[in-house]
Design a protein. Structure first.
Lengths: 199, 246
């Protein structure tokens, strides 16, 4: 039973059933990062998937941009409690990038320019659930929001959608990423409010 | 990085036991939280308010001081049109209750066993977790040299004014006023510049740990300037807050 705070009324409720528990709506796009913003020129950018057998699949920026592009419109939820509805992105589905990747690994460790990492099950990257995106709201993705390209996994808290993404390592064992070793939840489902370790 | 043992952080009743005004729009709230597990300087807590009809709202706030038994202190800035901060800064009275959960965050923290010099760079209310680090330094008897650069609008916006007027030995405090300065004042009002960080910070060869906290634009600027001055990116820890929240 929650404790009532005397005199607290709260705002008119908005967002309805699209707002996970404990979240509130924003119209702008807040920024959260653990360190300085890396600047990655596209002529030096590459994205790689490394399998548990040691095989590497690589894409240069040109090769990546030549892949079939999708335009997901999704709701995003940050663990710091803001949610943003109907965000518009453009990028490549992970299903496309995984097409020729032979792997039985269950876990993925995503790594970024600048050293950031985050982990999630491989199945959460597949079947139309995740993209590598390079445009937001019709514009090139700004460095502060993860440009030139970031991961987009909208069904998990947004720290899983690694900015400045550089590659994915496929692993037979789960390996915690940056925030996952700093007290945040391994999986991060906003609808089950899995914010912190042990939730 | 150290892993903290897995434990489910529970919502706990917290009773307001003291209030101190910092500025016309910010106040420090002292809570009694029975069973508080302790925390590190730089960590934050979640606050949950519940209305009589069962509606609830949560926000995160930085802890303003080191762990002190069952007592925790937050400093909260009132966000115009905010939902939670107006309650905490204007309505809540001593004896009222909220729920707290935490501590949260294992990255933007300073540990007193660390020997590296420390540079703290605050923008506005971003000074709160940095003040917790200064207080932890005193509490632990650390002699690690600290420098605080505190960017703020004017003298009336200073948090912790009395305490920062007489810093502990080994601590330098520099105010960087952006709109209006005391009279006279050596530095004209303006946003943070490379010179400010070069003069008021540490040379990169000292390999200081840099903690930067403030609004997104401020943190972006400072982090870029620190890189320009040769500080290693892995030594620059940032915490940002956007215009939303509250």
């Amino acid at each position: 039973m929650a404790i009532v705070s005397r005199g607290f009324r709260g705002r008119p409720r908005a967002g309805g059933d699209r707002l996970p528990p404990g979240q509130y709506l924003v119209e702008d796009f807040p920024v959260l990062s653990a360190g300085p913003t890396p600047r990655v020129p596209t002529d030096r950018w590459e994205f790689a998937i490394d399998t548990e057998e040691g095989e590497t699949h690589r894409w240069s920026w040109q090769e990546f941009m030549a892949l079939p592009q999708e335009r997901p419109a999704v709701d995003i939820h940050c663990v710091t409690r803001w949610s943003k509805l109907d965000t518009h992105w453009e990028g490549v589905s992970l299903d496309v990038l995984f097409e020729d990747v032979e792997s039985a690994a269950e876990y993925a460790l995503v790594h970024s320019y600048g050293g950031y990492t985050t982990n999630l099950p491989v199945e959460d990257l597949l079947d139309g659930k995740a993209w590598i995106v390079h445009r937001f709201d019709g514009e090139e993705l700004a460095p502060v929001h993860g440009g030139p390209a970031r991961l987009l996994v909208p069904h998990l808290y947004f720290w899983k959608s690694a900015k400045w993404v550089r590659g994915i390592r496929l692993l037979n064992e789960d390996w915690p990423g940056f925030w996952e070793t700093a007290g945040y939840h391994e999986y991060g489902d906003p609808w089950r409010e899995q914010r912190y370790e042990g939730d | 990085m150290e892993r903290t043992p897995a434990r489910r952080a529970r919502w706990t009743a917290a009773r307001l036991t003291g209030i101190r005004d910092e500025t016309p729009t910010a106040r420090t709230l002292r809570f009694s939280v029975p069973g508080w597990p302790g925390h590190l300087a730089g960590q934050h807590v979640d606050v949950r308010l519940t209305a009589e009809d069962g509606y609830s709202a949560q926000r995160s706030y930085s802890l303003a001081g080191p762990a002190d038994g069952d007592t925790v202190e937050l400093t909260v800035e009132r966000v115009p049109d905010g939902e939670v901060s107006p309650y905490l800064t204007e309505i809540m009275e001593v004896g009222d209750e909220v729920e707290l959960r935490g501590p949260v965050g294992g990255w933007f923290v300073w540990r007193p066993e660390s020997a590296a010099p420390v540079l703290l760079v605050a923008g506005g209310s971003g000074v709160v977790p940095l003040m917790a680090m200064l207080r932890e330094r005193r509490h632990a008897g650390s002699r690690v040299p600290f420098r605080l650069l505190y960017s703020l609008r004017g003298p009336d916006s200073r948090y912790y004014a009395d305490e920062l007027r007489r810093p502990d030995p080994g601590v330098d405090v520099t105010y960087l006023y952006t709109r209006g300065t005391p009279d006279p004042w050596p530095r004209p009002a303006g946003r943070v510049r490379l010179d400010d960080l070069a003069e008021g910070g540490w040379p990169s060869s000292f390999e200081p740990d840099c903690y930067v906290c403030g609004p997104t634009g401020f943190v972006e600027t400072v982090a870029d300037l620190l890189l320009t001055l040769g500080h290693a990116p892995e030594r620059i820890r940032t915490e940002r807050f956007g215009p939303t929240g509250g």
